[in-house]
Design a protein around this ligand. Sequence first.
Ligand code: VGL
Ligand code: ZN
Length: 199
Amino acid sequence: MKALLLVDLQNDFLPGGSLAVPDGQEIIAVANRLIPSYELVVATQDWHPRVHRSFAAQHPGKRVGDVIELDGLEQILWPEHCVQGTPGAELCSALNSDGIHRIVRKGIDPALDSYSGFFDNGHRRSTGLDDLLHSRDVSQLHVMGLATDYCVKYTVLDALELGFGTHLLLQGVRGVELNPGDSERAIERMVAAGAEIML
Ligand code: VGL
Ligand code: ZN
């Protein structure tokens, strides 16, 4: 069966949020339109402790956008976002949350970031999303959400590696674009890895 995966449709990634993705609000209507056509809808939620090491504020002298090494991995430093229990971490209230069957949280380990909905950036720990999808016999995964160039990209790449037929819903993604062209390059990489584009 096919499932819809909604990546990080949270207030902090929407206009007014601390890590707002340009035009991110445009895709909420896309999600609401798609949700009723799926038997299984899963949403991921970036869910950081306040002292998460991906936050620039945790590294005196460093600024947002700086790149450091974190536990052996390259890490971009972000503004504080999606702190557990804060309004910024909540799913967008305009989202049809009755249609969402499961929420998978990620980025909980303070020492490690987790862009993908499946694994942390070091591929050390699974979030359980893989097991959930397998237990429901999902073979096709349709992915949309925020942000094209980070969490959507790594979620799609992991889904492909795990063997899911993976479709990227192009109308339903927006990127951070720290560097112009990041979203385009992310899409090219997903397609090169085997993702199918759906308009
Ligand atoms: C994301 C940066 C940091 C995302 C999450 O959802 O794409 N980006 N944490
Ligand atoms: Zn994050």
